[in-house]
Design a protein around this ligand. Sequence first.
Ligand SMILES: NC(=O)c1ccc[n+]([C@@H]2O[C@H](COP(=O)([O-])OP(=O)(O)OC[C@H]3O[C@@H](n4cnc5c(N)ncnc54)[C@H](O)[C@@H]3O)[C@@H](O)[C@H]2O)c1
Length: 325
Amino acid sequence: MNTEYLRADSIELAAIFQYPASGVILCDARLPKLYPEYFGAAKPLPTLALRAGESSKNMGQCLKIYEFLSENGVGRQDIVHVFGGGTISDLAAYAVSTFKRGCRLILYPSTLLAMIDAAIGGKTGLNHLGYKNYLGSFYPAEKIIIHSPFLKSLPKAELRQGFAEMLKYSLLADDLLLPELVSPELGEDDIILSFALYKMQVCAIDPYDRKERLLLNFGHSFGHALEAASQYKIKHGDAIVLGMNIACDFSFQQGLIEEEDWADYRDWLGQYPVPAAAMRFLDETPLEVMKPFLLQDKKNGQSLRLILPTEDGIKVVEATIGKNS
Ligand SMILES: NC(=O)c1ccc[n+]([C@@H]2O[C@H](COP(=O)([O-])OP(=O)(O)OC[C@H]3O[C@@H](n4cnc5c(N)ncnc54)[C@H](O)[C@@H]3O)[C@@H](O)[C@H]2O)c1
């Protein structure tokens, strides 16, 4: 399916709420209070508000969505409008993809991370049995609608999570201009679009994560392990930046990159302000605690497949760490 990536200004967004074609709304519970001008429409669509966060990406919340869709008579031709950040879109899109074998889906990402990453490319996910994104499907939305003014209410720490993924893209693509974290450009439409386009192009070449798209997982094996081992106290973007740092160190230790390249990667990643608590967790957590999460990472099969900096750039590398080593 080809996903349309569109911008909506305030008037266009209000029209979606005032004159909705059909369907229901699933949204981050914070948004109706922050944006009553939209969510307080005179004749609102049936709406289910969901609490955001990793602890909501679970089967219990998914069952709640199935019940809501069922009670409202949602059929395969009805549109489910999903407003929220990456945790809401991962959860809601998983539910929508499996309800009656899939209903129509439109995503309205409300965080920077979701606008440039999580909403794009159709990956859905629930955390299960303590593992991150253990359950999931590929189910691209038919439309992704960006309303960048949503970012005005986003706390700085959440904006930083989006910057983390931008930082990753800037290492993978030569032509992306990374804005500074503390700059107004960060939330500008053109900047968002340039990063979103990059991900869309990669996903168009490799929709099912078999080759080129795997590189977008740079920092994710270590990052997801950190998130899960910390019981999601470490936020996704912070964990990914730590994961990229660990990947660089690992590459250097394995002789895959020279010291000079290692230092360049570390310098570039050093512009990201990783919170002290996350650094402490990493310092105090032995590899043994992380290993089960690393080995269970859904991106890995029997051996540990890592995305690592090499002399030829960032590549997929099969690591020799075995299950019992
Ligand atoms: N499917 C994918 O391809 C993909 C890619 C990257 C990340 N992800 C997933 O995305 C998730 C992280 O997403 P996230 O960083 O958007 O987190 P999130 O959805 O938890 O949102 C972060 C916080 O911001 C709040 N919020 C959302 N929009 C707001 C707004 N406009 N104003 C004020 N507050 C707002 C939320 O209530 C929440 O407290 C992780 O679970 C990660 O695994 C998925």
